[in-house]
Design a protein around this ligand. Structure first.
Ligand code: PLP
Length: 495
């Protein structure tokens, strides 16, 4: 072996003598934590006073931060002041009670505290032995979620960063199971594969197919019915057509709570089709999944227990901070077959599950802690109660909006989400323009933030209730803003 022992070196001697402390003293940290926790509590109290969307020009925040890293440390007070002045003023406030866009979400207090503790212990849950409790807390929290949403004990799983990663991970497992030998041989020369998902499913399904090397052409966007639900007979037709052409179906993805309308695909008959042709069924319940905790919503999830994999995002509707996406599966074998790889330096003697074997990432945050703390500090009744309240608020707001004579619902209200459109019975393109302007006017007001989508080729507005901070009065406010904007911008002039 060569001799790697270093000789005496003046630069190294200097480095040893460098007096710069590696970290804050306990006193400095105590003071900073105190200020940060005061800031946090105060922010949550006043978040509704900010404009939801910030009044910043592109590049403004970067310019304020300066081009070069500081060589010397700044006192925390000054850093916090800059955070307030230049950064917070440039945030879109997802925790604002008027944030009703996309799938609105919020961070519950126990999850904020959990993030601090996660950073404090700073562990990596890649192997059981790299932090036994982190793996076991994660397994426990995931199993509590499974029980809370009524899935059988045959499902287990783990926490990933996002639903996009979860769906991609499931597709890699499905691709291996489709008999492609991609692990050994790679993609070229293998059979053509196809992925089936509805016209209304989230772009992450398509993106997963791109990332898995299946190509855009492998994605079959299956037709939906008048309520935006995937048609089982259309799925079956697409599968049989592919089989006849020698294309192998890799995965079918059903959605419970689609991104535009929160529609629910008929999972039971879709699962029957998937089973008939031996196709992996993945259920994307990223948004709506947690609502299976609400007893009167449970029926909307019928059939999902037949899936091979399911994704649900506690960071969307349950109140954990981003990132916390739970991937559940019935059999871990194809996941291991697709990606498990243990170099000598990561081998361990125990027989425990090493979560690095499922998915691409080696390093794994201790996300289980925030989900576990949420269950401990809120309880399943509390979590279900919040979602029930959101659903009731959305239903009441949709009724009022549709009853006002200007707006019509563009899809049935589903969970806590609805799509609508100002309609005058005139030219559809003029109406599209009107609705675009209404959205811009309402969002520019700074009190509410809604989003849009497209349904049947028409531009529609969209509202989703999902924040613990949102109350009836915030919905009153957005309805009033919508009516005012529709009136002032009406193609026929105000009034
Ligand atoms: N699936 C659905 C139905 C979604 O609506 C979204 C995002 O809104 C996703 C998946 C992707 O979620 P993530 O941001 O966790 O990747």
């Amino acid at each position: 072996m060569p001799d790697h022992t270093k000789r005496a070196d003046p630069a190294r001697e200097n480095a040893r003598a460098d007096p710069a402390p590696a970290d804050w003293s306990p006193e400095t940290m105590r003071a900073a934590l105190g200020r940060a926790s005061e800031w946090t509590i105060d922010y949550r109290r006043r978040v509704g006073e900010f404009p939801v969307f910030p009044a910043v020009e592109p590049g403004q925040v970067r310019r304020a931060l300066g081009d070069r890293p500081p060589r010397a440390p700044d006192p925390f007070e000054r850093v916090l002041a800059d955070f307030d002045e230049h950064i917070v003023s440039g945030l879109t406030h997802w925790n604002h009670p008027g944030f009703l866009a996309y799938f609105s979400s919020s961070t519950r207090a126990p999850s904020i505290v959990a993030e601090l503790l996660i950073a404090a212990v700073g562990v990596n849950a890649m192997l059981w032995r790299t932090s036994p409790a982190a793996t076991e807390v994660e397994r426990t929290a995931v199993d509590w979620l499974r029980q809370a949403v009524g899935l059988p004990a045959s499902f287990s799983g783990l926490i990933l960063d996002t639903a996009s990663t979860a769906t991609f991970t499931a597709l890699l497992a499905a691709r291996e199971l489709a008999g492609t030998r991609v692990r050994a041989d790679g993609l070229p020369g293998g059979p053509a594969l196809a992925v089936y998902t509805s016209e209304q499913s989230h772009s992450s399904v398509e993106k997963s197919a791109l990332a898995a090397g299946l190509g855009h052409r492998s994605v079959r966007r299956i037709a939906v019915d008048e309520a935006f639900r995937m048609r089982p007979e259309a799925l079956e037709a697409a599968i049989t057509e592919d089989l006849a052409r020698g294309v192998r179906p890799a995965m079918a993805c059903a959605t419970i709570g689609t991104t535009s309308t929160a529609s629910v695909d008929p999972v039971e008959p879709l699962a029957a089709v998937a089973r008939r042709y031996g196709v992996w069924l993945h259920v994307d319940a990223a948004y709506a999944g947690p609502a299976a905790m609400v007893p009167e919503q449970r029926g909307r999830f019928r059939g999902w227990e037949a899936a091979d994999s399911i994704v649900l995002n506690p960071h969307k509707w349950l109140g954990t901070s981003l990132d916390c996406s739970v991937l559940l599966y019935r059999d871990v074998t194809p996941f291991r077959a697709s990606l498990a790889l243990t170099p000598t330096y990561l081998e361990s003697e125990d027989d425990e599950t090493d979560l690095m074997d499922i998915g691409l990432a080696l390093g794994r945050r201790f996300r289980g802690l925030k989900l576990w703390m949420l269950f401990r500090c809120v309880g399943t009744d509390g979590l279900a109660g919040t979602m029930r309240r959101h659903i009731a608020m959305a239903e009441a707001a949709a009724d009022r909006l549709a009853g006002g004579g200007v707006f019509e619902l563009a899809a049935p209200v589903s969970f806590s989400t609805f799509c609508f459109r100002a309609a005058s019975g005139g030219d559809p393109a003029t109406e599209d323009h009107w609705n675009r302007e209404i959205l811009a006017r309402v969002n520019a007001g700074g009190r509410s933030f809604i989003s849009h989508t497209e349904l049947g080729g028409r531009y529609v507005l969209r509202l989703s209730v999902g924040s613990i901070h949102t109350e009836e009065r915030h919905l009153d406010e957005v309805l009033e803003a919508l009516h005012r904007a529709a009136d002032e911008l009406s193609p026929g002039g105000p009034g």
